[in-house]
Design a binder for this molecule. Sequence first.
Ligand code: NAP
Length: 450
Amino acid sequence: MAPPSTFRGVNSCSSLGIGLAGFGTVGSGVWNTLHRNGQLITGRTGGGVTLHISKILVRDPARVRATVTEVPREVFTTDWRALVEDPAVDIVVELIGGTTDAFEIVAAALRARKPVVTGNKALLAERGVELFALSKEMDTPIHFEAAVAGGIPIIRTVQDSFIGNRIHSFSGIINGTSNYILGRMTDAGLTFEAALAEAQALGYAEADPALDVNGWDAAHKAILLATLAYGFPIDPKEIHVSGIEQVRPTDIAFAKNLGYVVKLLAVIREHADGSVELRVQPSFIAKSNILASVHGVFNAVAVHGDAAGESLFYGRGAGQDPTASSVVADLVEAARSLRQTTGHRGFLPYRESGELRPVSETSTAYYVRFDVTDRPGVVAEIATVLAAHRIGISGIHSPVDPSDPDAEFKDMVFLFHTCSFGKLQSALDEVAELDCINSTPVVFRIETLG
Ligand SMILES: NC(=O)c1ccc[n+]([C@@H]2O[C@H](COP(=O)([O-])OP(=O)(O)OC[C@H]3O[C@@H](n4cnc5c(N)ncnc54)[C@H](OP(=O)(O)O)[C@@H]3O)[C@@H](O)[C@H]2O)c1
């Protein structure tokens, strides 16, 4: 019998050339992993996959880079077109970050029918609709395991291992930097600013940590998970995202006293009517919940499938080697796709449209901190407005010692029974009009998970 035909002439024992766009933290990790474990990979694929990096795109080729083996000077280029168009490049790996040049590189690679591997969640969350459409049109895959939770193989789990499940929900800690900051505020009593400075000094946070602390890095990852699980494109403008900048030591102390910890949580849930809830915000979760014990820069994603039930995926959500591990796994997958005569295993949206549940219609219990003027009657004034909106109060607390005559009565904390966010928000808008309220109330969700 004749051997199966091959795609683009790549036969079963070819060495495949990789064009590596980006040679920073992750890109150099990919170089290291392929040089350390190249033989192992070839062995594990039955001798079928030999990968070598034939071109590397950087901004500054002269920069000294620490790698396990020296990178020949001639491999570097500053011209992304030269990388994508190089006939020696079979697979393009995009690890430069951002959504402009990265978009051009990925789109050009797809048009050239070269499979793409990327770790760029911002690119796929913001411009994935265009890129996945192009991927479909060119019948050329985009692999993106490294884009969500670094070294944790959650993308493949959702795409392959859970393919027979209706996925009810995900709850995840998917930004290691904010988890580290909240952990240090909890364990060492640091302020947000001090914990952030520490994270930066240790290299856990970027020089510009905005996307980590404002929740958008986690939101980009959540969008990708939801897109995979529910199959329709999600517009980032339609989801509710808030970050950890507003978390204060007083919130952390309250959470502790009440038996909770504060985590930046991504919640994705499919409702009975088919609508999908997707939100990212600092949340109170019970100390006994397994996600409460996810410390430092680690990530965890709890997935609830109708057949598999609850599963938890835990590991390093970022960093050079863990992220390179996911990129290399995708490279092998991309190499295999080059041998397939039809179809590919990259992501294809399978529903034209779906419905995101408006955040106003999502319900949890809440913790709300009010910045109040210290005078008699404040609690009653707030409670009256809330009662008029039929919002149930489950607790009222003041952080200061009420027996201390000199104590400043400034932060008032209310705990509310479960109600829709829309209903709570209308009540809080009215409370904010009271002259005893000095700034916008700060709201955290109290989540019941699993
Ligand atoms: N770091 C992580 O732990 C991690 C985890 C998961 C996913 N990711 C994702 O992986 C991607 C790369 O992250 P990273 O941490 O490796 O970034 P990085 O350390 O900042 O490295 C970026 C690399 O891309 C090159 N580069 C950037 N813009 C370029 C341009 N316009 N033209 C040519 N080269 C350009 C830089 O060149 P020079 O070297 O000359 O400056 C550098 O080599 C991002 O999308 C990130 O979100 C990162």
